[in-house]
Design a protein around this ligand. Structure first.
Ligand SMILES: [Zn+2]
Length: 138
């Protein structure tokens, strides 16, 4: 039986979610793994300089800072509680300064990696235009 409106179906290549997220975590293009994902600390490049994949479709928004705070917070709070139970008479000022510095350093180190992994996630699942132009029914 013929359909009244034939729908254009494009068999797209399969995208490996884990590989794309690992490449993004390492700051590499989720498509080829060769080009740099970021043109600045947290600025995603418009295109991959190696394969030309369009990367401007990403919509990471507030997710990377949220996920970073979630991860860093769990480790820092666990560390504070562990140190406090092992060394209850530690000077409050110095331990506080050390934990604050460690929190800032860990957050700054993890934030671009989390954002890269999220861009890889969006690319692998063809979100926000990563799947190519929308096909109109003929
Ligand atoms: Zn690439």
């Amino acid at each position: 039986m013929m359909q009244a409106f034939p729908v254009a179906r494009v068999e797209a290549e399969r995208r490996d979610l884990g590989l794309a997220m690992r490449r993004g975590f390492l700051g590499r293009c989720p498509h080829c793994g060769g080009g740099r994902l970021f043109r600045a600390y947290l600025k995603v490049a418009d295109q991959c300089p190696h394969c030309g994949e369009e990367l401007f479709h990403q919509r990471a928004d507030d997710a990377p800072p949220y996920i970073t705070m979630l991860i860093v917070g769990h480790f820092i709070v666990a560390g504070i509680l562990a140190v406090d139970s092992l060394w209850p008479d530690a000077p409050m000022l110095w331990t506080g300064l050390c934990w604050a510095a460690l929190t800032v350093a860990a957050s700054l180190a993890l934030l671009p990696r989390v954002k890269g992994a999220l861009v890889g996630y969006q690319w692998a699942l063809r979100m926000h235009g990563f799947g190519g132009p929308e096909k109109e029914p003929m």
